[in-house]
Ligand binder design. Structure first.
Ligand code: ADP
Ligand code: MG
Length: 623
């Protein structure tokens, strides 16, 4: 069996590749945004007119022209059947689900299309929800390219924490249609927490209160050692800023003495209501004009109108806490996300219920995109992962077997992935031409206590003295958790590699069991490791001395030779025992009694090289 030695315990730093242009995308129900790093800071990008929010609305014109955003929204009243809004709600839904819900009443669906992805029938042809989403994504990518003059190479796209597999799949599919490489789908609440830098904290419970245009999500995140877990989610997928607009529109209708709002008037009235409501976030009074008359709505009046809706949001928070078995006192941070949390009455209600001021320094409608952008920077390798938390981590340490059946951990447990780490190893024996690489997983110090993942070997190392060869071993875990191990010998460039899936055949219980065992055995493992290392060092020294005596016995004095033999015997006896300290002590002793012999050999070699001059002579010359 060929052997490994460790030559460089710290490991060499990962080689950085060139910067990659990465972006974070908040693909929202109402509005979408894109964020990227500019001058070292992740920011959302505005369109040419200065608007950061791109309304998630697409207009399919008769001429085949596709409009996205504000322009498309303008067409909603005139051409309702060809303007698709809130397409996010349709992602991953089946035909019956879509046609059955009131959300898409004004559209016709293509029955010929497969029922898994029903398509809207538009003037520009049938478009399924992923295709519509792709049009929004394309518009965002184009904006980024226009603004920064660079194409996006990869993006982190956010999704609601409650999104199921089908919805996530459809989001990925939309990105592929738009030619955007998905670095990762990230939960929206987690993105918000990342934007606030909460991932740098050790632990904590975070409530993310996200009130958007048409959806309300509350999430309870638990942060443990840099890893976020969604403990509970709640809210209401049919509650958002739009509902508050409806309240104001109804109020306006009452002021005008209308029994009912005519369907053709409703969009315009809603728009007036929306403007007034947004005004009330910064003013105590808002004006509405309808039918030539002016109406004034006060913040206090609006608060009365909205009281029931506000109460509903707080009840949802209470339910989420109850689901997680927590109380408001267990919460360390509350984050406000979504444009509608700009309403002071929402802020007040949240602050009052949780008994603390929510974090709100970051623009609530940009915070998710910013968090996604920060995450994208990390995943693209533009930011050292160690400084940032990541959401996906390596659950158990990955390492390699070294001499003495010890494990050298290369990627430690809880390291964010994707990650790549290298370390240099060397040969143990003179003339060694191959290395056996054994990849293991686990927290224990001894190979026998860890899980064996793969074995491979690197052949063709040129014969050299022990310790001279340099073999760089690189462990790389990609975003899907796949591990590649590469070994490369420096002088020849000879390579060998193996690919493994470390999670294969491993379930959570096993991970937990392995962690528990390592914890229980931490002390004895350390002792075992120390013992093996001491034995290894002792063997190495005795081998070296044996070799030296074989070559240069004539340089030894008689009693010196006897002393070395005695020290060797003593060391051998100690090695049969279990005390690392005793072995170390006797190794030291052997070192001492053989020191002069080693020095004499050294002098002789150097002297030979300097053609007869002794080191003493050389030193005196250089004075
Ligand atoms: P989504 O996540 O659903 O895409 P957003 O987070 O963009 O939605 O929120 C959109 C909602 O935020 C709209 O209902 C809009 O009226 C509301 N909103 C935006 N700005 C304000 C404001 N200043 N005051 C009150 N509501 C606002
Ligand atoms: Mg949102």
């Amino acid at each position: 069996m060929s052997l490994l030695q460790i030559s460089e315990p710290g490991g060499s730093p990962t080689r950085r590749t060139a910067r990659k242009r990465a972006a974070g995308i908040d693909l929202g129900t109402t509005n979408s945004l894109i964020a990227t790093s500019i001058g070292g800071e992740v920011r959302t990008l505005a369109d040419a007119g200065g608007a950061h929010l791109l309304p998630s609305v697409v207009h399919y014109g008769v001429d085949g022209v596709i409009g996205v955003g504000a322009a498309a929204k303008e067409q909603a009243a005139a051409d309702p059947a060809n303007v698709i809004a809130s397409v996010k709600r349709a992602l991953g839904k089946g035909f019956d689900e879509l046609t059955g819900s009131g959300d898409y009443r004004q559209y016709r669906f293509d029955p010929a299309r497969d029922t898994h992805a029903p398509a809207f029938l538009t003037a520009a042809g049938a478009r399924d929800p992923a295709e519509v989403s792709a049009d929004i994504l394309r518009a965002l990518a184009r904006r980024a390219e226009d603004r920064i003059g660079e194409a996006i190479e990869g993006a982190v796209i956010t999704v609601p924490a409650y999104f199921n597999d089908a919805q996530r799949q459809q989001t990925r599919y939309a990105a592929s249609l738009a030619d955007i490489k998905v670095l990762r789908l990230l939960n929206e609440p987690t993105a918000a927490a990342v934007a606030y830098g909460l991932d740098s904290k050790d632990h904590g419970n975070i409530i993310v209160f996200d009130l958007g245009g048409g959806t309300f999500d509350v999430s309870l995140l638990s942060l443990q050692k840099g890893v976020f877990e969604v403990l509970a989610t709640g809210g209401d997928t049919a509650l958002g800023g739009d509902d508050f607009d409806r309240l104001v529109a109804d109020w306006l209708a009452r002021q005008c003495g209308m029994e009912e709002i005519a369907p053709q008037d409703y969009p315009t009235m809603l728009r007036a209501a929306n403007r007034a409501r947004e005004t009330l976030s910064v003013a105590t009074q808002a004006e509405l004009i309808w039918g030539g008359s002016r109406f004034s709505l006060s913040a206090a009046e609006f608060a009365k109108l909205a009281a029931t809706l506000v109460r509903r949001t707080i009840l949802a928070c209470r339910r989420v806490l109850r689901d997680a078995g927590m109380e408001t006192g267990d919460i360390d941070n509350v984050l406000l996300v979504g444009g509608a949390t700009r309403m002071p009455l929402i802020r007040r209600a949240v602050a009052e219920y949780f008994g603390r001021n929510p974090l709100q320094d970051i623009d609530p409608d940009r915070v998710v995109a910013i968090g996604a952008g920060i995450q994208a920077e990390v995943l693209a390798g533009n930011q050292p992962a160690d400084d940032f938390l990541l959401l996906d981590v390596n659950p158990l340490s990955l390492g390699i077997e070294t001499m003495g059946e010890l494990v050298e951990k290369i990627i430690h447990r809880n390291t964010a992935i994707p990650v790549s780490k290298s370390q240099e190893f060397t040969t143990y024996k003179d003339g060694q031409t191959a290395m056996a690489l054994h990849v293991v997983q686990g927290e224990r110090e001894l190979v026998s206590e860890c899980r064996s993942l793969a074995r491979f070997s690197l052949q063709g190392i040129p014969p050299m003295v022990a310790g001279a060869a340099k073999v760089k071993v690189t462990f790389q875990v990609d975003a899907d958790g796949l591990l590649s191990v590469f070994a490369e010998e420096a002088s020849t460039g000879r390579k060998a590699e193996v690919l493994v899936k470390p999670s294969f055949g491993l379930d959570l219980d096993q991970v937990e069991k392995m962690l528990k065992e390592s914890h229980d055995h931490a002390r004895s493992d350390m002792a075992a490791r120390a013992l093996r290392e001491a034995r290894l060092e002792a063997t190495r020294l005795m081998d070296a001395i044996d070799g030296a005596i074989g070559e240069d016995a004539e340089l030894l004095e008689v009693d010196e030779h006897a002393a070395i033999d005695r020290a060797m015997d003593d060391l051998r006896k100690a090695m049969a025992g279990e005390s690392a300290a005793l072995i170390e002590e006797r190794t030291e002793q052997l070192n001492n009694v053989s020191k002069d012999f080693a020095a004499r050999r050294m002098n002789m070699t150097v002297g030979a090289a300097l053609r007869g001059e002794s080191i003493d002579a050389m030193e005196s010359q250089s004075d």
